[in-house]
Design a protein around this ligand. Structure first.
Ligand SMILES: Nc1ncnc2c1ncn2[C@@H]1O[C@H](COP(=O)(O)OP(=O)(O)OP(=O)(O)O)[C@@H](O)[C@H]1O
Ligand SMILES: [Mg+2]
Length: 285
């Protein structure tokens, strides 16, 4: 445990190891970037009385992979769901603060969540293909968003999305078969193809590899590296090696607080906050 607190003005430098005390819950590191795609300011989230996200401010950079890590229940999924208003579907959930996608205030009353969720797509922990053919899984979004004028264009979107998701060569001879008949890793790539098909700007991934074997995981990680050239990606993961492999910045959450943010290699090699250090060295969570 921490001993007596240092005087406020020197609290962060007074300790001999130069780490921020466990009791200090203001964010350390670089929350903001020059080239932000999404900006989140003073975000607070409640489920009824439960304060699940506490005053979180952070940017997500353009063409960046941001990893969100932290112990179970710290609010990673809750915060991720704020980024495309997925929490709107939870009755007890209230979101405060400001979240922008470029200039757009995504919580503005005039914003239609259906196109927003295409712009900010989501891939879930458990692959959840629609009970439809492989083709229809990918074609569904472009159809409802009117992204293709005819069948040829739609075919093209389906093919290019499956190619980008690294699945085309495995499924091009069975596009009419059910998406649910694919392996877990293939289903996850199908869900990624489905998200890409509606030309998103940001892709949110909530533990996308937790149900996959190491080979399928490696495929998805390679895919993330490729997708990053075109998209901005926020990924929640419990796998710190994965965070280190795929992301440029890492955000560490603890009991609803954003404790530390910074360049991934810096956060993992030289965490500035005691709580981050405890977590990445396996002393907590
Ligand atoms: N629908 C809900 N209703 C009430 N409380 C919820 C709801 N969803 C999450 N919470 C609570 O909010 C807090 C944050 O949960 P969240 O699912 O965001 O955590 P997490 O970091 O994603 O955890 P995990 O690593 O286990 O997925 C937890 O205390 C959780 O119990
Ligand atoms: Mg979660």
């Amino acid at each position: 445990m921490v001993t007596m607190a240092a005087p406020a003005a020197t609290a962060r430098t007074a300790r001999t190891d130069n780490k921020v005390d466990r009791e200090d819950r203001s964010t350390v590191g670089h929350q903001f970037v020059d080239n932000a795609r999404m900006t989140c300011r003073d975000v607070n989230v409640y489920y009824g009385e439960k304060h699940a996200i506490k005053n979180v401010s952070i940017d997500v950079g353009r063409n960046e992979v941001l990893a969100m890590i932290g112990p179970s229940g710290c609010g990673k999924s809750t915060f991720l769901r704020c980024l495309n208003r997925m929490n709107d579907t939870v009755d007890t959930c209230r979101v405060y603060g400001e979240i922008r996608l470029d200039e757009l205030d995504i919580y503005d009353k005039s914003v239609d969540v259906v196109p927003l969720r295409a712009q900010v797509g989501m891939v879930f922990q458990k692959p959840n293909p629609f009970p439809k053919s492989i083709y229809e899984n990918v074609a569904y979004g472009p159809k409802i968003h009117g992204l293709s004028a005819n069948r040829t264009e739609l075919d093209h979107i389906v093919e290019s999305s499956l190619k980008k998701a690294g699945l085309w060569t495995e499924v091009n001879d069975r596009l009419d078969q059910p998406g649910t008949g694919l392996s877990g890793g293939q289903q996850q790539r199908l869900c990624i193809a489905r998200a890409i098909a509606v030309r998103p700007e940001v892709i949110l991934m909530d533990e996308p590899c937790s149900a996959l074997d190491p080979i399928a995981t490696a495929t998805v990680e390679d895919l993330i590296a490729e997708l990053q050239e075109q998209y901005t990606i926020v990924i929640v993961t419990h796998n710190m090696q994965q965070a280190a492999r795929v992301s440029q910045r890492t955000a560490y959450f603890h009991l609803g607080d954003l404790i530390e943010v910074g360049k991934t290699d810096r956060v993992f090699t030289n965490p500035r906050h005691k709580l981050t250090e405890d977590y990445i060295t396996g002393r907590f969570g």
